[in-house]
Design a protein around this ligand. Structure first.
Ligand code: AP5
Length: 217
């Protein structure tokens, strides 16, 4: 099963993807995570992407589609792929079709997380992650069960993203409205789009996604 999780910054794509990895053995293909790893490692891609990401703008289609292509082969061997934060433009959507075609694969669902943009600023500015394993948390909505200790790996080190500030979030949302939301009709005509209320509590959003993947919605 191959699915796209689509939604603006802070909609909950990463949160739901990591749950699906844990519960269904799927592979999360997050271009944001791949780009952040490249920035951290100082690779040529990272050097190109750093300033663009800090400004909240989109990295070039060629770079992100190449990153996805490199990782896609490992996904087929598992329970399928969750595309998280990709595709984000029409060119990327077309590139993904080709990448899947070449591997004899197809998309099963495009799950759109519908959200209220104002609430997303609050979500994003409250977000932090484990510095060791990357598990995501929030100052109010998802705190570690034991204070200052990651639920998954037990680390005591946490970090925040440089692009998670109110000003950059506005640019990221504008990019979503201008370039990403317009790709929905491309998938709607193929009957692939399913909508989920991304404003519901995390567990409820998860239950709605499960119902879709299990063919019950
Ligand atoms: P990327 O890393 O993809 O960021 P994003 O799309 O802006 O999405 P986020 O990671 O901010 O949000 P999310 O939807 O995953 O929310 P999360 O689950 O963490 O991209 C970053 C940058 O990289 C881009 O701006 C661009 O520059 C570049 N880039 C990446 N991919 C690209 C591409 N394909 N093309 C070009 N450039 C690309 O949740 C947010 C917070 O809310 C968390 O704290 C969470 O605990 C909490 N939360 C989640 N769900 C709920 C809920 N239901 N209720 C309450 N709280 C919740």
């Amino acid at each position: 099963m191959n699915i796209i999780l689509l939604g603006p910054p802070g909609a909950g794509k990463g949160t739901q993807a990591s749950r699906l990895v844990e519960e269904r053995g799927m592979v999360q293909l997050s271009t944001g995570d791949m780009l952040r790893a490249a920035v951290k490692a100082g690779t040529p891609v990272g050097l190109q992407a750093k300033a663009v990401m800090e400004a909240g703008e989109l990295v070039s289609d060629a770079i992100v589609s190449a990153l996805i292509g490199e990782r896609l082969d490992s996904a087929g061997a598992h329970g399928g792929a969750i595309f998280d934060g990709y595709p984000r433009t029409q060119a990327q959507a077309e590139a993904l079709d080709l990448l899947l075609d070449e591997r004899g694969e197809k998309l099963d669902y495009v799950v759109e997380l519908t959200v209220d943009e104002e609430a997303l600023v609050d979500r994003i500015t409250g977000r932090f992650t484990c510095a060791t394993c990357g598990e995501g948390y929030h100052d109010r909505y998802k705190l570690p069960k034991v204070q200052d200790t990651c639920d998954v790996c037990g680390s005591h080190e946490f970090k925040r993203r440089p692009d998670d500030n109110a000003e950059t979030v506005r640019t990221r949302m504008a990019e979503y409205r201008a370039k990403t939301a317009p790709i929905l009709p491309f998938y709607e005509t193929r009957g692939l789009v399913r909508r989920v209320d991304g404003m519901a509590p995390i567990a409820e959003v998860g239950a709605q996604i499960d119902a879709i993947l299990d063919g019950a919605a």
